[in-house]
Design a protein around this ligand. Structure first.
Ligand code: SF4
Length: 671
C-alpha cells in the first residue's frame, strides 16, 4: 500500500489530497494537511473521488463505428484512420471542444493541434460560462486576467463581498476560507437574489430584485461618490479614465435605486462607507452555471477600483472557477478569442510570435465557439470533443448530422456513444499533468497508477495524430510539453516540473522577476495604469420591474453540491449518489422551489404537482416550498437531467449566460 500526493480534480479550488494505492488501484483518499489553501480539508465530493477513479464505466480501447456497430482497434489504427478522415477538413470545417478538466499539457497540445495543424479557430471549452467575461473585464482593467487577491491572506481581511451564486456549493473549501475570515472579524456581505448558504453565513445579505444586481453595485459606487469616500490621490496616480466613469456613475438616479432593487439607500450608503474604510477588502464571484454577465463583473471591478481596493496588499477581486482546470484551459488559449498567454487572436504581433515558436502559419480569422458554430449552422462538418457531455444535450440533432464526431474521454457518456471514433484517455491519476486553480496556482499532479487498457494522455494522442498528419512533434513526456508552454505562455515562463515537484504549486505570473510566483496584483509592479471598465449598456431600472405578460414568474436555474455536469460524474460516487437518490425519493420527478408567500397565494402544497409553462414549452415538477427564493421567483436546480426535460435544454444557453438571466414562466396546478 502506498500514499501519493495529488490534487482533487473536481472544482477550481484544487485541494491537496493523498491517494492510497493498492494493487495499481486507487482505494482511498485523505486530505493533505500542509496544502496552503485546503489546509487539511476536502469537501464531500473530494472525499469520494477514489470511487470515481474505480468505476467500471471506463473507456479502455479505441473504437471506430462502422455501419452503426463498433469495431475495437489498436491505437495506431485509430490514429491512421482519423488522420485520413481529418485530411479532408480545415479551418471552419472542423471544431474543437476542449475540457476544463484536462491538464494544461493536454489542453495546450489540443489547442496547438487545432490552430497549427487544422488551421481552425473554432476552439472553445465546455462549462465556461462567465469565465470569458471575467477574463476580458480583468484584462481590460488591470492587464491581469484572473484572481487579483491572495487567498492565503484572506483570513486577515476586514471586508468581503460575495456576489451571485453559492460558493458553499460550487467551491466549498473557498467558501470555508471566507467563513473563517468572517469568524475572525471580516464583515461578510453577500449580494444574491436567493437566500443561499453563503447569504446565511453573511453579516448582511443584500437581496436585490432579480435582474438588478448590477444596478445595486453601481449604486454602491454612486454612494462612494456622493459621500466623498473616494481616494482622489489613488485615482489620480494609478487609474486612467476615472473622469468618464465618474460621469457615468453620476447618471445613476438614486431615487430609482430603491424602487428597482428593493434595497434602501441608507443601507447602501452605510455599506459604501464600510467598504471605503476597510484596510483589506476582497470581492468574490463564481464562474460557471451561476456566473455573472460582463456588465455585472465590470460593476464589481469598478466599485473596488473606485474604493481604492485594487492592486494593494490584502485586497483583490477573485473570480472562483467551478471546474478544476478552467483557468488553466484559458491560460493555454482554449478560447476562440485568445491565444495561449491571453494575447488577442487579432493582435498581429502576438500571432507572428506564435507562428515563429510553432514554426508554421496560423489562421488569423476571428474564431467562434463550438456552441456558436452549432447554433449558427456554420460550415463545421467535423467535431473533436474531450471529456464532455453537455453540448450533446443542447445540440443533439445538429451533432448527429455532422460528418465526423471524435470523442476523447476516460468514461462512457452520451458523446462517446454517438461518436464515430473514440479514444480512451487516462484519468488524472494515471498520467502526469499540471492544473491551475482559481488563485492562479499551477500544481503538479503526478502519475500514481498504470493506465487502464490502452488509455493514453491526450497530449500523447495529439502528438501521434499530428505526426500522422505530417507534423513532427517531439514530446516524450508531459514535462517536455510544459517546457514548451513556458516559452509560449509568458505567465508560465519560470515554471518547470522540477520546481513544481518540491513546492505546493506556483502562482503565475512566475517568470524571471518572480521565480517563486506572484501572490497578488500590486499596483507598483504594473507597467500601465488601472482602467475603469466602462459598461457597454446602461443598467436597467424601470425595465426590470416590468412583468412579462402572462408569465409572471422568473425562473432561474442553479448548482447544487451533488448535482454536477449532468451527473454522469457524480452518479459514480457513493455518497453524492446516495444524497442525489435521497432527494429524488422525496421528489422523484424533480422539484421547483417557490416562496411560501407565492405558495399561499396559489394554494399550493409541498410536493404538489405543477406545470411550468414558458412561451414554447412546458415542464412538470413537484413543488418545494422554500423562502430561499423570493416572491415572484422560481428555482430549479441545474444538472439534474431527470428534472430538466426538453424546454430547459432548448433555452439553457440563455439561462447559462448569467445568474441574472431568467426565463419568464407561469405556473399551473396539475389537478
Ligand atoms: S472543494 Fe473542490 S477541489 Fe476541494 S475537495 Fe471539494 S471538489 Fe475537490
Amino acid at each position: 500500500m502506498s500514499y501519493y500526493r495529488g490534487i482533487c480534480n473536481f472544482c477550481g479550488t484544487g485541494c491537496g489530497h493523498l491517494l492510497r494505492v493498492e494493487d495499481n488501484r486507487v482505494r482511498g483518499v485523505y486530505p493533505l494537511p500542509g496544502h496552503p489553501l485546503s489546509r487539511g480539508r476536502l469537501c464531500v465530493r473530494g472525499w469520494h473521488i477514489h470511487e470515481l477513479l474505480q468505476t467500471e464505466d471506463r473507456i479502455i480501447t479505441c473504437r471506430i463505428k462502422e455501419k452503426n456497430s463498433w469495431k475495437e482497434v489498436k491505437l495506431e489504427e485509430a490514429i491512421g484512420y482519423l488522420a485520413e478522415k481529418l485530411s479532408k477538413y480545415s479551418g471552419w470545417e472542423v471544431g474543437f471542444l476542449g475540457s476544463p478538466r484536462s491538464s494544461n499539457e493536454d489542453n495546450y497540445l489540443f489547442g496547438k493541434f487545432a490552430r497549427a495543424v487544422m488551421k481552425s479557430n473554432l476552439l472553445s471549452l465546455t462549462s465556461d460560462a462567465g469565465q470569458e467575461e471575467s477574463t476580458l473585464v480583468l484584462l481590460e482593467g488591470t492587464g491581469w486576467p484572473a484572481a487579483l487577491g491572495s487567498l492565503e491572506r484572506l483570513r486577515q481581511a476586514d471586508y468581503i463581498l460575495v456576489v451571485g451564486g453559492d460558493l458553499t456549493k460550487q467551491n466549498p473549501i473557498v467558501a470555508s476560507e471566507i467563513h473563517y475570515a468572517a469568524r475572525a472579524g471580516a464583515r461578510l456581505v453577500t449580494i444574491s437574489p436567493r437566500e443561499t448558504q453563503m447569504a446565511r453565513l453573511s453579516r448582511l445579505h443584500l437581496r436585490p430584485r432579480l435582474g438588478t444586481t448590477r444596478l445595486l453595485l453601481q449604486a454602491l459606487s454612486r454612494m462612494l461618490l456622493d459621500e466623498g469616500l473616494i481616494e482622489e490621490d489613488y485615482l489620480r496616480n494609478h487609474t486612467k479614465n476615472h473622469g468618464d466613469f465618474l460621469a457615468a456613475i453620476a447618471a445613476v438616479e438614486p431615487e430609482q435605486i430603491e424602487v428597482a432593487t428593493g434595497i434602501e439607500l441608507r443601507v447602501l450608503r452605510e455599506e459604501a462607507r464600510r467598504l471605503s474604510e476597510a484596510r483589506s477588502a476582497y470581492a468574490f464571484y463564481p464562474t460557471g452555471i451561476q456566473s455573472l454577465d460582463r456588465n455585472t463583473i465590470a460593476a464589481i471591478f469598478n466599485l473596488f477600483l473606485l474604493a481604492g481596493k485594487v492592486g494593494k496588499p490584502g485586497c483583490g477581486i477573485n473570480p472562483v472557477t467551478g471546474i478544476s482546470n478552467l483557468l488553466g484551459s484559458y491560460d493555454m488559449g482554449l478560447s476562440p478569442l485568445l491565444l495561449p498567454g491571453y494575447s488577442p487572436l487579432s493582435d498581429e504581433a502576438s500571432l507572428q510570435r506564435l507562428e515563429k515558436l510553432w514554426g508554421c502559419r496560423l489562421n488569423m480569422e476571428p474564431g467562434k465557439s463550438v456552441s456558436e458554430s452549432l447554433a449558427q449552422n456554420t460550415r463545421m462538418q467535423a467535431l473533436l470533443v474531450v471529456d464532455h457531455d453537455e453540448e450533446i444535450i443542447r445540440n443533439l440533432k445538429k451533432i448527429e448530422n455532422l460528418e465526423l464526431v471524435v470523442y476523447f474521454g476516460a468514461y462512457e457518456n452520451p458523446f462517446a456513444r454517438l461518436a464515430d471514433v473514440v479514444f480512451p484517455l487516462t484519468t488524472y491519476a494515471e498520467a502526469d499533468g499540471t492544473y491551475t486553480n482559481s488563485e492562479r496556482r499551477v500544481q503538479l499532479n503526478e502519475k500514481k497508477v498504470e493506465p487502464s487498457g490502452e488509455a493514453q494522455p491526450l497530449w500523447q494522442i495529439m502528438t501521434l495524430l499530428a505526426g500522422a498528419m505530417g507534423h513532427r512533434w517531439n514530446y516524450s513526456s508531459a514535462a517536455e510539453v510544459m517546457a514548451e508552454i513556458s516559452q509560449v505562455v509568458p505567465q508560465y515562463s519560470g515554471i518547470t516540473y522540477d520546481k513544481l515537484r518540491i513546492r505546493p504549486g506556483l502562482k503565475w505570473p512566475c517568470d524571471q522577476d518572480h521565480p517563486e510566483g506572484t501572490d497578488c496584483l500590486l499596483i507598483d509592479e504594473l507597467s500601465r495604469p488601472l482602467k475603469f471598465v466602462l459598461e457597454s449598456e446602461p443598467a436597467q431600472t424601470r425595465e426590470v420591474l416590468r412583468a412579462e405578460e402572462g408569465y409572471p414568474f422568473k425562473l432561474v436555474v442553479g448548482r447544487s453540491n451533488y448535482f454536477w455536469h449532468q451527473n454522469s460524474i457524480m452518479k459514480k460516487t457513493f455518497i453524492p449518489r446516495r444524497e442525489y437518490n435521497a432527494l429524488l425519493l422525496l421528489y422523484p420527478g424533480g422539484f421547483v422551489e417557490i416562496s411560501s408567500e407565492d405558495a399561499r397565494k396559489l394554494n399550493l402544497r409541498e410536493k404538489q404537482s405543477v406545470r411550468i409553462l414558458a412561451t414554447n414549452a412546458e415542464l412538470r415538477l413537484a413543488v418545494r416550498i422554500s423562502d430561499d427564493v423570493c416572491p415572484g421567483m422560481l428555482y430549479v436546480p441545474y444538472f439534474v437531467e431527470e428534472m430538466i426535460p426538453e424546454f430547459l435544454h432548448r433555452q439553457v444557453s440563455d439561462l447559462e449566460k448569467n445568474e441574472e438571466f431568467y426565463l419568464p414562466v407561469r405556473l399551473e396546478k396539475v389537478e
